[in-house]
Design a protein. Sequence first.
Length: 102
Amino acid sequence: MTQIKKVTFFVLVSVFLAGLAGVVPGLRPLAKLQAQTAPRHVLIFDIALDCRTAVSGPNRGDGFVINGKIFPGGTLPSGAATFDPTQPVNGIAPIGNWFIRG
């Protein structure tokens, strides 16, 4: 190896090891970065789309309107479902409405 390649390799290895040790601020261990960027409070909702109320035009670029109900997090099963979103699910009633137009 030439002298420049040896120095470059040494510097890169040193920065990498310093990053693992937490010396370089931008190169902290992953666990510390995740702990710093993790949200302190998480609010989770389940939303159900009422497909019977979807309205859109027949042409590309036409507007659309969809809406549905909001449930507490963990109430609805994941994936497609056959229940009526206006009715309680497993004894839990919807807590709100949502509406999107575009």
